[in-house]
Design a protein around this ligand. Structure first.
Ligand code: TRP
Length: 461
């Protein structure tokens, strides 16, 4: 067992606001600004947006409360949290799955974040002013992400930034930087929304984004929306357990989780308001573009927008900042595990995780053109980066969230689960509804969708 002195040495957030900012920083990332708009574009626009909102409210929010509660109650990293809540059981493996998922996601997340850095530099140096159609920007994209030296350099650069923040610890590193970066992020986002909404022809984009056509909804829509909800809210691998473990007993977990969810959803919604109006002002560009939406389609419209270079630079800087506060949380989970469970110093853990993630990210970085083999793997017929995203960014998170619901709802003592999640809450009336959601609706819905996901993989496989 741990001694009391060890307990008091553990850092905490200086306030609930600090927790909310850091957790919102984790949640708001490439998932909101890059992934959400393109998924919405591919899956019917407004209809997807509505289904996504329902899933966030009914599944995302209760799962977030459960994760934060488990962390706050046990004051441990994911592995330690399960081990404390259910000693001498196999449940700590679920925490370990989370830590491994953290390594996995960080390694390829930082590759894509490296692209956003490259694009910030490109936009600032005026490259996009000379490109006028998606054909040209598409070739530029292929050229940039297909160049081994460029992608590896920026992948390393981005990870170095992440390590530099996390090495400072909870208060002097994560908290300090999110206090600076989050307001910057919000300001940039609002500026871009204003710019986009005042473009001539913006109305068509708004209609696509906000007038639902539910005839386009298929079972796949739910699957994609759920996966996106977990990814966007940083659920299913223990970020919220870890961040919750630095939260004081006096704080209200429900209010904190609602705030984080609200901020994250707002950021995704606003990102859509930036992208779709801009998109529909240009002929021949489709919202169903897919993953290239932010990197191929947007650069092709900057030259038509007054001060396009400035707003282009702003957009990619925004993506980079958002990605940084998310990568910080991924790194922190692995670091908390190594310092709590293995007794490592924070510094040593940061360097090691950074190095391993860099190495693990190399094949992902080379899979977007530099290596033909990695760009289209045998059997699965997708690139290494996409494979990592499917395994870690989707499957592992969904499985992790399912196991977490089963644990908190059924295995853990209900009094402890309620203490962790609800003690100090100003809304005691939410205890029962929350427990019901965590016990029944969440595991059933997640389980069903996980089955579909596996079937889809094997049928296509
Ligand atoms: N939520 C972040 C995004 O939207 C990514 C992220 C950070 C994440 N930490 C996570 C995703 C933990 C899943 C689990 O970009």
């Amino acid at each position: 067992m741990t001694t009391h002195s060890e307990e008091t040495r553990r850092e905490t957030w200086s306030s609930r606001v600090a927790f909310v900012l850091a957790a919102a920083g984790s949640a708001i990332g490439l998932g909101n600004v890059w992934r959400f708009p393109y998924l919405a574009g591919q899956n019917g626009g407004a209809a997807f947006v509505f289904i996504y909102l329902a899933i966030v409210l009914l599944i995302g929010l209760p799962v977030m409360i459960a994760e934060v509660g488990l962390g706050r109650f046990t004051r441990r990293n994911p592995v330690g949290a399960f081990a404390r809540a259910a000693p001498a059981s196999g449940w700590r493996t679920v925490g370990l799955l989370g830590v491994i998922t953290g390594f996995g996601i960080l390694s390829y997340y930082s590759v894509v974040a490296g692209w956003t850095l490259i694009y910030t530099v490109q936009a600032a140096s005026g490259t996009f002013a000379t490109l006028t159609d998606p054909g040209q920007t598409g070739r530029l994209f292929e050229h940039l992400v297909g160049d081994a030296r460029t992608v590896l350099t920026f992948h390393a650069l981005f990870l170095t930034l992440t390590v530099a923040v996390v090495i400072g610890g909870v208060r002097r590193g994560i908290e300090r930087w999110t206090f600076i970066l989050m307001p910057v992020l919000l300001l940039m986002l609002l500026l871009l929304v204003l710019r986009s909404l005042t473009l001539e022809g913006a109305a068509k984009g708004i209609a696509f984004y906000l007038n639902p056509d539910f005839s386009k909804v298929t079972p796949v829509t739910f699957l994609v929306a759920l996966g996106q909800a977990f990814f966007s809210l940083s659920l299913g691998m223990g970020v919220m357990i870890t961040y919750g473990s630095y939260l004081s007993e006096r704080e209200d977990v429900v209010v904190a989780a609602v705030s984080v969810t609200l901020f994250d959803t707002l950021a995704a919604f606003l990102a859509g308001l930036v992208i779709f109006p801009a998109l529909f002002t240009v002929e021949g560009v489709e919202p169903t573009q897919g993953a290239g939406l932010a990197f191929v389609v947007l650069p092709a419209i900057f030259h038509r927008i007054p001060l396009g270079n400035l707003f282009g630079t702003l957009f990619f800087a925004l993506l980079t900042v958002a990605a940084l506060t998310s990568a910080i949380s991924l790194l922190e989970v692995c670091v908390a595990y190594l310092t709590d469970e293995k007794g490592w110093t924070r510094k040593r853990a940061c360097y090691l995780v950074g190095l391993v993630s860099f190495t693990l990210g190399i094949p992902a970085a080379l899979s977007t053109g530099a290596s033909t083999f990695l760009s289209r793997l045998p059997l699965v017929h997708i690139g290494f980066l996409d494979l990592m995203d499917t395994i870690f960014g989707n499957l592992a998170l969904t499985l992790g969230a399912l196991l977490l619901c089963l644990f908190v709802g059924w295995r853990w003592a209900p009094e402890d689960a309620l203490t962790g999640a609800m003690e100090g809450s100003a809304y005691p009336g939410l205890r029962r509804p929350w427990l019901l959601l965590i016990r029944y609706l969440c595991p059933l819905a997640i389980g069903t969708i996980l089955l579909q996901l596996l079937m889809k993989l094997f049928v296509q496989g």
